[in-house]
Design a protein around this ligand. Structure first.
Ligand SMILES: [Zn+2]
Length: 475
């Protein structure tokens, strides 16, 4: 037991303290799931673990609430592993402590994302003195690394009218999220022997990058596009390879190409400088951009044929990117695409893109359009993982009651909003489109970093809010 088990409300903090004591990063949630199932079973509740490892706990309606619809409280058990130094997340417990009104962990992520959601849900279903309608608690695995828990959850567990996804923050009530898709496109290079010249490396660096859902509307600049545009203007550079970008869900801040040129390096750098100046004028976020051309010792033996190079550069330059469609009512991006990475292998060049949309059909359309685009330049696309959207719904009984109850307990802000990123709720809505879904939670910040922390007062406030809301969700 750590000092956080003494915080108020104790019912919530004791469970969160227990969660911290059992290692539970993504794909290693079994020990925690077993402990939580035991807690529920000991309290006389029906608790099962499904084949994927999700825990489902059910409690019938309390006396006087028999006619109430089922409410589902849902949170994910897994946490992200990030530490300031070496840390064995598989075998070692998180060590939480209190600091200036916040709970933090020593040197690691705290796992309040989403352990505190789990603790809130369990504290209510285990509390015999808390009366409400029929309650289901769903605790999923693997949210942070692919959402396989939500994806594989049987629809029978999602019978109910209202679902509260407790993986949110206190920024209001999230009523919708984007779905997403990943796509991989392969180009087969044709090579020829290199003519004589100097080996040259062209590097784009210093862009801000960022999350391709949350930051895609920011005009941050895309290193792959900038590099392709520069190389297209310098056809004397005969290319051997291009690499860049870090992950499907990140805006690329870095890219580099290697080739052979007969041109003067100084002149190429001057052209690169002119190009950089122009981009900086257009993109306020790109003030640290660098585009450098330098001679390197290692001369490639072969280079791409001109036709292949021009196809690849055109494919990169012209592919639809960033904001495709904007939702003016919600004031967020509706549909977007991210030209994410390019990798050169011996026998192929692979480009990865990812698409997101609040509307699944729109996402499918833009994914198909991008595949057709790449095909025009001899690229072969294959769809990867997809996850569905929760279409934002700005009305409904759940939202109305939620706002009323939040106001009663003084929880602010109460405004509904949607996000251009994915949540597990997309899968739940797909399996039961009759569900009204809201994502909310207490105040926790710096998620996915060793600075992650949870505001103590907001946990009490969120507990009061849930205790007000659930008995109010009648017919
Ligand atoms: Zn989360």
């Amino acid at each position: 037991m750590s000092e956080i088990s003494q915080l108020m409300p104790q019912k919530v903090w004791k469970i969160f303290d227990l969660i911290c004591s059992i290692p539970h990063i993504s794909k290693h949630e079994a020990a925690l799931a077993a402990e939580l199932t035991k807690l529920a079973a000991n309290a006389g509740l029906s608790a099962v673990t499904d084949e994927t490892g999700n825990v489902i706990i059910k409690r019938p309606a309390a006396k006087g609430f028999e006619n109430f619809p089922t409410v589902i409280l849902q949170a994910h058990m897994d946490m992200v592993a990030a530490a300031t130094g070496e840390f064995d997340f598989i075998n070692c417990a998180i060590s939480p402590y209190v600091e200036n009104g916040w709970v933090k962990a020593r040197g690691t992520t705290l796992g309040a994302d989403d352990g505190i959601g789990v603790a809130h849900a369990l504290s209510l279903i285990l509390d015999r003195d808390f009366a409400c309608g029929p309650l289901t608690v769903i605790l999923t695995v693997d949210e942070e690394s692919g959402m396989s828990g939500a994806r594989n959850l049987a629809p029978e567990h999602l019978q109910g009218r209202y679902l509260l996804n407790l993986d949110g923050s206190d920024k209001g009530f999230c009523v919708g999220c984007a779905g997403g898709a990943r796509q991989e496109t392969t180009f087969i290079p044709e090579y020829e022997t290199a003519a004589s010249g100097k080996a040259v490396q062209i590097t784009v660096d210093g862009l801000p990058g960022g999350h391709s859902g949350i930051c895609i509307h920011d005009n941050r600049g895309n290193a792959l596009k900038i590099l392709a545009e520069f190389l297209d203007r310098e056809p004397d550079i005969r290319l051997n390879r291009i690499n860049g970008g870090t992950a499907d869900n990140a805006i690329p801040y870095f890219a580099e190409a290697v080739g052979i040129t007969g041109k003067d390096i100084g002149k190429l750098q001057a052209a690169a400088d002119a190009c950089t100046m122009l981009i900086k004028k257009e993109l306020p976020h790109a003030q640290n951009l660098t585009l450098t051309v330098k001679e390197i010792a290692d001369i490639p033996e072969k280079v791409w044929q001109k036709n292949f190079t021009s196809n690849l550069l055109n494919a990169m330059m012209l592919v639809p990117n960033e904001v495709i469609d904007f939702d003016d009512t919600l004031n967020i991006v509706k549909t977007s695409s991210n030209l994410a990475t390019i990798r050169t292998f011996d026998d192929k060049v692979v480009i990865r893109t990812s698409q997101r949309s609040l509307v699944d059909e729109d996402r499918e359309k833009i994914s198909a359009a991008i595949a057709t685009h790449f095909q025009l330049f001899n690229g072969e696309s294959e769809m990867g993982d997809i996850y569905p959207a929760t279409p934002p719904k700005m009305s409904g009984q759940l939202l109305q009651t939620t706002i009323e109850c939040a106001k009663k307990v003084g929880k602010t802000p109460v405004s509904p909003y949607a996000i251009h990123a994915g949540l597990e709720s997309g899968w739940f809505f797909m399996k039961n489109p009759d569900l009204e879904i809201i994502t909310c939670g207490p105040d926790h910040i710096d998620l996915h970093t060793p600075e992650e922390r949870l505001n103590i007062a907001s946990v009490g406030e969120f507990d009061r809010f849930l205790r007000e809301l659930l008995p109010a969700l009648g017919n």
